[in-house]
Design a protein around this ligand. Structure first.
Ligand code: SF4
Length: 96
């Protein structure tokens, strides 16, 4: 999780841990083992749900959040844009 202090993060099991555990450089090989160790910490965390909700709401695409890795979060993330104003405006009749 990020270093940003949120209400729920004060009770985070990872609060006093090395943040690097939760942000492996790669998700393969040793990085995969690191992810599994981070998820093990999340398993016993009292704020796992708000952590995961935050990660999905803010589209955190790196690291372990709420016991999930990036590919798991992608499958949980609604397919709606973060900023609706980025959706292309459909043409109106008469537009070229
Ligand atoms: S769920 Fe995991 S990443 Fe989130 S606050 Fe808890 S220990 Fe940290």
């Amino acid at each position: 999780m990020s270093m940003m202090m949120l209400d729920w993060s004060r009770r985070a099991a990872c609060q006093t841990m090395d943040p690097e555990l939760f942000f492996p450089i790669t998700l393969e090989g040793p990085g995969r083992e690191q992810v599994e160790r981070a998820k093990e910490v999340c398993r016993g965390c009292p704020v796992r749900q708000p952590c995961l909700d935050y990660a999905i709401d803010t589209r955190q695409m790196n690291g372990v959040w709420g016991g999930t890795d990036p590919s798991q979060r992608r499958s949980l993330t609604p397919m709606v844009p973060l900023r609706p104003e980025t959706v292309p405006v459909p043409p109106l009749p008469g537009d070229r």
